[in-house]
Design a protein. Structure first.
Length: 530
């Protein structure tokens, strides 16, 4: 068994560690490969932080074009190594090679890196603002070393050393210390090898990208609170994320968390009467896609009682029961999913179909549909908003539209909220009533389509009120907005012209869009086009 090295201070080196772990193939419940990975001690974290702090100083004066060149080269290297990356990710996660990994997630990852490169070059993400008369100028600038903690369900697109948080932090001019998800350490190692090669080719400081595989919980909390840490990006479980947040908050460190979401879907009576078969197909496809292991999976469906609702539940139950079971990402995911279903049923949820472990390859759980009344939900809203991460959905049936509105009022924060309504306007009054409350509970509001999937668009918000994320004003997807999480606002008050950064100089040598005396312009200050 080969013990893999960590990447620290521009060197693949032996870890200072006390334990090791291996990656498991969840489809076979056996080792994914013959490699072992270290559980780094504080010595590794300390060395990585020291190197990152030194790299951050150099990156402050590194041209944005150099950062962009790194991101573009890294994207090309990922595409060139696609076969090896996909094969490794498939072994470690059980996710299908096609279309999921090879045709969807890996191309998206390369695209994100290229979008981040464009943002770095244009500098518009920095929101340069100039008050000529007052002599005050400001812009966002790199914040410093960033820890990125990646999730288990996206081995490429949210990977700690290649995904959206990584791309945003680097494009903003920061070094990244990547803490790999332990479900896919081999995939993260391959990506880090490509990233480090691109770092050297671009001439960036060697510690611009570093990789650790696992730490103790205590060392993780210590790392995010360390004086050398500037910010943290985290995607994963609520429990682990909040533990890191407690440590980061105590030290005054900004931490951006994506935690959990059940993504409520409201199907109004007119929509169900108008197109019942389409709604069954859309919901089943979304709920069972990827065995339900998407952060935007529709885990809660709100309906109004009546025969169309009864027919919908019966049809969905039949489809859930006949659909093949999928493979969950890990033993931990399977254990957590079973515990969530047990908690929901103990509180009174009735099983429509499923409810048992198994029925799929490796770690698996039967496709499960649960049902409760609106009155039950409103009595225990916290319990019935327990996230069941996987192929499980809870149906809540209201007796009338007033009860439906009561459910919406009791919702916690979510990444998404969806409303299906009659296309001819029969549900418009109800829509207006419930959306007034729903709009404040979700980061992204959808109409007449399931929430699964997150488009990499500048207008996208992949965020939302707690507990979906730790802060409702920021997004983990959507460039350039995602870059601003990893920046500090720097103000220059009466600073001499020759001491201003290029972005804020009168001549505007970067040709950036700037807000000058209340008007957006690319013109130099003092020209006729001012």
């Amino acid at each position: 068994m080969t013990l893999q090295p960590v990447l620290i201070a521009g060197e693949w080196r032996k870890s200072v560690h006390e334990a090791t772990f291996t990656a498991e193939n969840p489809a076979t419940r056996s080792a994914a490969n013959s490699d072992a990975y270290p559980v780094s001690s504080w010595a590794d974290c300390d060395a990585a932080l020291t190197a990152a702090a030194e790299a951050a100083v150099l990156l402050r004066t590194t041209p944005a074009s150099q950062l962009a060149a790194f991101l573009e080269d890294f994207a090309a290297r990922i595409e060139g190594a696609a076969a090896d990356l996909v094969a490794m990710a498939h072994l470690e996660t059980g996710l299908p090679v096609r279309p999921r990994l090879a045709e969807a997630e890996l191309p998206r990852t390369a695209n994100q890196l290229r979008q981040a490169a464009v943002a770095a070059r244009t500098a518009a993400w920095q929101l340069p603002t100039i008050d000529v008369k007052a002599g005050i100028r400001s812009a966002l600038a790199p914040i410093g070393p960033v820890w990125v903690f990646g999730p288990n369900n996206f081995p490429f697109a949210f990977n700690s050393v290649a995904g959206g948080d990584f791309a945003a932090a680097v494009a903003a001019g920061n070094p990244v210390i990547a803490k790999a998800n332990t479900s896919h350490p081999g995939t993260s190692r391959l990506l880090a090898e490509l990233a480090f090669a691109a770092v050297k080719h671009a001439g960036l400081p060697p510690a611009s990208v570093q990789l650790l595989y696992r730490t103790s919980h205590a060392d993780g909390a210590r790392a995010v609170a360390d004086p050398r840490t500037a910010a943290i990006g985290y995607t994963g479980s609520r429990h682990a994320g909040l533990a890191l947040k407690t440590a980061a908050d105590a030290a005054g460190k900004p931490i951006y968390l994506e935690l959990s979401s059940i993504n409520p879907v409201l199907i109004l009576p007119g929509a169900l009467a108008e197109r019942p078969a389409d709604l069954v197909n859309e919901f089943v496809g979304s709920a069972l896609m990827g065995c339900g292991q998407f952060c935007t999976n529709p885990g809660l469906v709100l309906l109004v009682a009546g025969k169309p609702t009864d027919d919908f539940i019966q049809a969905v139950g039949q489809r859930f029961g006949s659909a093949p079971g999928g493979t969950l990402l890990s033993k931990a995911v399977a254990t957590s999913l079973a515990a969530s279903v047990q908690k929901l049923t103990a509180a009174g949820a009735k099983i429509v179909v499923g409810g048992e472990s198994g029925q799929g390859a490796g770690y698996s759980f039967a496709n499960t549909l649960l049902r409760i009344s609106a009155a039950q939900f409103i009595r225990q809203p916290e319990v019935f908003q327990t996230e069941a991460f996987g192929n499980v959905s809870l149906l809540v049936v209201a007796e009338n539209e007033a009860e439906l509105a009561g459910i919406v009022d009791a919702l916690e924060g979510n990444l998404t909220g969806t409303v299906y309504s009659d296309t001819r306007g029969a549900d418009d009054a109800t829509y207006d009533h419930v959306v007034a409350s729903l709009r404040q509970k979700v980061g992204r509001l959808l109409n007449d389509r399931m929430p699964t999937g997150v488009a990499v668009s500048p207008a996208m918000n992949h965020g939302g009120p707690y507990p979906a994320t730790g802060h409702p004003g920021f997004t983990a997807v959507g460039i350039p907005a995602s870059l601003r999480r990893f920046a500090m606002l720097q103000c220059f008050d009466q600073v001499r012209a020759n001491r201003l950064p290029p972005l804020l100089q009168d001549a505007n040598p970067l040709g950036a869009w700037r807000l000058v005396d209340g008007n957006w312009t690319q013109d130099p200050i003092g020209t006729s086009g001012k």
